[in-house]
Design a protein around this ligand. Structure first.
Ligand code: EPZ
Length: 428
C-alpha cells in the first residue's frame, strides 16, 4: 500500500503551475456525449477521476485518442446506448453527470447510483426533481440503478431547494436539447458551472446567466463537436496557497484565474499572508506568524468547502482561537482525528470545529480520509517538525496531478513509498 513520507519544518520557495479543474473536467467530458461530431478537450488534469470518466465513455462506445498528457480527442458518435452500469460508474460520485448527458442525448438514461462519500450522505433528490420537471419519468431505484425516460424533454422552471453544483450542471446537460425554455433558480455559481455553460455554448447551445443564481437555457436541435480548454483548478491553486501560508516561504503560482480565488485570497490576507496578483499568476509570501481567523464554507462566491480541510491545517498554528463552520457538508471534519496525532488542539461540535493555535506540529503516521483531507495532511506534514507518513493516498491521486513533483518543485521534502505490511499485522 503506497504512502507519502514527508520531512517538514522548512519554508516553500519556487514556482508551481496549476492544472485543469477536476470538477469542470468530470462534467465536460460527459457533456461530449451531446455532440454530433468529435471534440478536442485541452488542459485536462491527468488524474484518476478523469481517467475513470473517459474509460466509462470508451466502454459505452466512444472513440478516445490521447493527443498529449492534457489533451484528448473524443468521438462520441459511436455511442448508441443510454445505459452506464459498469463498476467504474458506481465508484465515482461524478458519474451522475451521465444521467443528464444521456437524457439530453437519447431522452432516456440508466446509470448506476453514485457511490457514497467520506463526509456524509450525498443525496441526488434535486437532480431527480429537475429531471422530472423536464418531463422525465424517474423509475423506482432497482439494483442500484437510476432509470429515466422521457417521451419528449420540455423546458420548465426549476427552483433548487438547496444550492447544488451537481444538480445545476446535470439539469443544464439535460436541458440544452429540450424543447423550449428552462429556467434554473437558486443555481450554483461555481467557476466550473460557468465552464460547462461556456463549453455547451461553444457547441451551439443557448445557456445564459451561468455564474448567477438564475440560469436560462433555450433548447437547440443539435450540438457540434468543438475544441475547448478547461479552466484552471481553483482548489488545486488554493491548496498550494494554503501550503505556503502554513509552512512559510515565497512561491509564484502560475496558470490561475485570480477572480476564482477571491474568497481564498481574502482569508489568507486576513491571516497575515502577503499576496501579489498578476493576470494569470500570483505570488504568495508568508514570513510573519499567522493570525487566527474564522471560516464559514459557503457556495461560490463564498469560501469553498473543498478548501476547508486545507485551511484548517494552517489554522492549527495560527495564534489564538479559530472557528471553522462547515455549512455545506454534514460531516467533513473526520480528518481532525488525524491532525490530533500531530499535536493539533481542536474540538468538534457538529458543523463547528474550534482550533487553539499551537507553536508547531509534530510529524506522525496519519491517514488520508478523503481527497481534500489528504491534501490537508500533506500541508500539515510540510509544516510539522520531523517525519510524517500518510497512508490511504489513493484518495489524493484521484484529484491532484503530480502532487509529489509539484511540492518537490517548491522545496518540500516529500516522497512516495510502498510500505511493507505492518510487522504487527504479520505477527497476528
Ligand atoms: C460538488 O459535489 C463537488 N464535486 C464537491 O467537491 C464539492 O464539495 C461540492 O460540489 C460543493 O461545492 C464535484 O464537482 C465532482 P452539491 P456535489 O450537490 O455536486 C446537498 C471535491 O473535493 N444536496 O453542491 O455532489 C448536499 O447534500 C468534491 O472535489 C442535496 O441535498 O455537491 C450538500 O449538502 C468533494 N440534494 C449540498 O447540497 C441534491 O440533490 C451541496 O452539494 C444534491 C445536493
Amino acid at each position: 500500500m503506497d504512502k507519502f513520507v514527508i520531512t517538514g519544518g522548512k519554508p516553500l520557495c519556487g514556482e508551481v503551475t496549476i492544472g485543469g479543474a477536476k470538477n469542470a473536467a468530470v462534467a465536460i467530458i460527459p457533456a461530449v456525449i451531446l455532440a454530433d461530431s468529435p471534440c478536442r478537450l485541452e488542459n485536462l488534469p491527468n488524474i484518476s477521476d478523469v481517467t475513470i470518466i473517459v474509460e466509462i465513455l470508451r466502454q459505452m462506445g466512444a472513440v478516445v485518442k490521447r493527443v498529449n498528457k492534457h489533451t484528448l480527442d473524443i468521438d462520441p458518435t459511436p455511442i448508441k446506448t443510454h445505459v452506464a452500469e459498469y463498476d467504474l460508474v458506481r465508484n465515482m460520485r461524478a458519474s451522475y453527470y451521465l444521467l443528464g448527458a444521456l437524457l439530453g442525448k437519447f431522452s432516456k438514461a440508466r446509470v448506476s447510483m453514485p457511490g457514497g462519500c467520506d463526509f456524509g450522505v450525498r443525496p441526488i433528490d434535486q437532480h431527480l426533481k429537475g429531471f422530472e420537471a423536464l418531463g422525465a419519468e424517474v423509475s423506482p431505484i432497482e439494483k442500484g440503478m437510476i432509470d429515466l425516460k422521457a417521451s419528449e424533454l420540455r423546458g420548465s422552471s426549476i427552483y433548487f431547494d438547496t444550492v447544488t453544483v451537481g444538480a445545476t450542471m446535470n439539469i443544464m446537460l439535460a436541458a440544452v436539447k429540450a424543447t423550449g425554455l428552462t429556467i434554473i433558480e437558486n443555481a450554483a455559481r461555481e467557476p466550473h458551472v460557468v465552464d460547462l455553460a461556456n463549453f455547451l455554448n461553444t457547441m451551439g447551445a443557448d445557456v445564459r446567466g451561468a455564474g448567477t443564481d438564475v440560469i436560462k437555457i433555450r433548447g437547440v436541435e443539435s450540438l457540434r463537436g468543438v475544441s475547448y480548454s478547461i479552466i484552471p483548478d481553483q482548489i488545486e491553486a488554493g491548496t498550494y496557497m494554503a501550503a505556503v501560508a502554513g509552512a512559510g516561504g515565497d512561491v509564484l503560482i502560475k496558470n490561475i484565474i485570480p477572480k476564482h480565488l477571491e474568497s481564498i485570497t481574502a482569508k489568507l490576507l486576513e491571516m497575515g499572508v502577503d499576496i501579489e496578483e498578476n493576470d494569470d499568476s500570483l505570488r504568495i509570501v508568508r514570513t510573519e506568524p499567522l493570525h487566527k481567523c474564522n471560516i464559514k464554507t459557503m457556495p461560490h462566491p463564498g469560501f469553498p468547502t473543498d478548501m476547508q480541510p486545507q485551511i484548517a491545517a494552517v489554522l492549527t498554528v495560527a495564534k489564538g482561537t479559530s472557528i471553522v463552520n462547515e455549512s455545506v457538508w454534514e460531516n467533513r471534519f473526520r480528518y481532525i482525528e488525524e491532525l490530533r496525532r500531530m499535536g493539533v488542539r481542536a474540538s468538534v461540535d457538529g458543523r463547528l470545529a474550534i482550533f487553539e493555535g499551537v507553536e508547531h506540529l509534530e510529524g506522525a503516521r496519519v491517514k488520508a480520509v478523503d481527497l481534500r483531507a489528504g491534501a490537508a495532511m500533506i500541508i500539515a506534514g510540510i509544516m510539522a517538525h520531523g517525519v510524517t507518513e500518510i497512508e490511504d493516498i489513493k484518495h489524493i491521486d484521484r484529484g491532484y496531478e503530480d502532487i509529489i513533483e509539484k511540492f518537490r518543485g517548491i522545496g518540500a521534502e516529500i516522497s512516495r513509498s510502498t510500505s511493507s505490511p505492518d510487522s504487527f499485522a504479520i505477527a497476528n
